[in-house]
Structure formats: C-alpha cells, structure tokens
Design a protein around this ligand. Sequence first.
Ligand SMILES: Cc1ncc(COP(=O)(O)O)c(C=O)c1O
Length: 411
Amino acid sequence: MKNLKKVDKEVYSALTGEIKRQAEGLEMIASENYVSKAVLEALGTVFTNKYSEGYPGKRYYGGQEYTDVVENLAIKRAKKIFGCDHVNVQPHSGAPANMIAYSAVLKPGDKILGMDLSHGGHLTHGHPVTLSAKIYKFIGYKTESNGKIDYEKLEQLAIKEKPKMILAGFSAYSRNLNYKKFRQIANKVDAILMIDIAHIAGLIAGKAIASPVPYFDIVTTTTHKTLRGPRGGMIMCKTKYASAIDKSAFPGFQGGPHMNNVAAKAVAFGEALKPEFKKYAQQMILNAKTLEKELKKYGFKIMFGGTDNHMVLVDVFGSKGVTGKEAEEALDKIGITINKNMIPDDPRGPIDPSGIRIGTPALTTRGMKEEEVRKVANWINATIENYKDEKVLNIIHKEVIKLCKKFPLNR
Ligand SMILES: Cc1ncc(COP(=O)(O)O)c(C=O)c1O
C-alpha cells in the first residue's frame, strides 16, 4: 500500500491499526468474518470506476464488456450454490436488499409478519425506527420458552392478521427453522413467503444446514457474514418475481451497482463452491456447539435452548449478574470482540441489555477448532467473572494474543 501511505498518512495509519487489531484479536461478532486476499484484491480494483446501471446485456452506459463478465459470473455461481431460479447480485447491502424485496411485491400499508427483534429478528424485519416500518405494517411473532417457534400459534396469527407477506429469518436466533411449516402457513393465508438468510447463507452454501430456497418465493441475504464474501447484498427469487425484483433494485431503489463489489462477490461465490467450504461450514457449527456446551458447563444460560448454527445468545445478566454492556467492554479488553444483545422480551433496554451474542465464523476461518474454542470459553467465563479485575484481564489478554499468533490470517 505504498501509494496510500504516501498520499494519505491519516487513513494509512488507521488502516494499519485495524490490520493489527484484526490480527491480534479474536473476532466473535456473529455477523463478521475475514474475507480472502483474492476477495480483497477484487474489491480494490478499477471496477469501482465504472457505471453499469441496468443488467448484463441491457445497460444504460457503454463500455460494459468486462463488467458484464463479472456480473454474469456472480449470477452463475450464486445459482449454482443455492439452486435458485433467479438472482440479483446488485443490492449494496442486506438492509437495502430487504427494502428492494418488500417494495417489489408490496404496496405501502401492506402487512408483513416478521420475527420480533428481541427474539432474534433483524431491525429491517419491522422495528419501528426503520423506514420499512413506516411504509409497511409489521406484526411480530415470537419464540416460545423452549426456544422454538410454535407453528400452530404462527398459523393462528397469520389467519387473524391476513398478512401479504410472511417473513422468516433472523440475526440472533440460533435454531433451525421449519421451512415446510412456513410454506404451509403462507399457502393457507395466500401470503408471499420471504426469508432473510443473511446470517446462515454460508451454512446453507456449505450444505451444513438445509436450504430454504425450494420453499420460499423470495430469499434475501448479505454476502458477508458466514458466506465470507465482500460487504453486500443479494436477492434470490422464483421466476414469477424476477422482473419485479430487478425493477425494484434498479431503477426503483438503487442507481449504479458497485461493480468492484460485484466482482468480489463472484470471487467469494467461486470460493464457496470449493469442497473446502463444506468443511468450513460444518466446523462453524461444531465450534458453536462446543461453545454452547462449555459455556453451559460454566453456568451460563444459553438462550433458545442451544444452537444449530454459528452463534449462541447468552443471558449473562441472568447467569452471572453482569450486564451485556459490561461483558462486551470486559471482553474487548482481553481482545475478544462480541456484541451486547437483547434476549427475548429483555427486561433491560437495548443500550445495556441482558445478553451477549457470540459467533464462530471468523475464528473458524483462522482454522480454530474445538480445542481452541474450549480455551476461548474458559477465557470468556474468567473475564466475565472477574470483569473489574484489570490484573486478571491483562493476563488473559496476553493468552489471547498468543493464540492469535498461532492462527494467523493467511488466506
Ligand atoms: C438478518 C439480517 N438481515 C439484514 C441485515 C442488514 O445487513 P447490512 O448491515 O449489510 O445492511 C443484517 C445485518 O446484520 C442481518 O443480520
């Protein structure tokens, strides 16, 4: 990065700091990951210079012979991974992808049944602070005390509310969904069925969990997180909705696609099609299950009764009397990055909730397995139990750095 160093010392200095932070810390935010050098290289290319409004073969500007190649590659590979009828790889990120999908098939004021935020849903699934909640009428459904969704209750709610759309998917829920049940309920009330797989896309791509694609009309996702691609969004759908989705993305919601990003998506999808990615996806789950088992052993209450995916939601306040914010800050000091998170119907507020969310995607990318996760669980427990003791935190921090050095970021 000699040019950046010469031209902009301030940005260069922040960047070198971030490189060190990522190398020497254990990244356990469930929505984060480390992309490969090939994905990074594709992101930093001259494709960023190009305007490509429209779609391959139907652009509004000239000079598209190479942008068409990369967008077609991304489309072809996404279809191969997920087996979808149609895919749009242009959404800039996950939140815009959801907005594009809603506005493709709904009218303002239409009703959507989505998962309640504190039960694991995402902000864009109906939280009142979002633009989508100002346009559409969201009704939330919740999980039960056993951590599962009661599909009979969901069906009764759907019959009562008659939504235009039923939305599945989550940001902090750790169990598998029953896709078939969602389909049956949507059929019964004649609703469009959508799922947001932003968190679990990599697990689906690696065939570590079942795919919802055959059951759902529209599937949105981010391309970062478990899928290990660049920051971005993507929408898959049945042929019936293809034209509406494409029009809603452009010109409905976005302008020109970020072609450097589309190129990097193509590279990441190529990586996800390799046999190694299957092993990676399975290991993410094994690591999360190990984390669940170990944390339970240390007396932590794991929400939703456990995990089937790459994350656990832990009630730290209920288990140890330490708030989510206190736990997040203490873990930051030892170089483990997680996020504070609400637990279902959290009696505490979102600024300092009862829980923390811990994920294994990034740590698994570094090559860490069950043995390392057991160590990490031990450090998490020791840190939370001694969160005011700087001496103890310092000792653990040194151990964390040692482990990180053993598992460098070298993909
Ligand atoms: C389920 C889900 N959907 C959408 C998003 C939003 O994605 P982005 O931050 O890329 O806009 C997230 C982000 O965490 C998410 O978890």
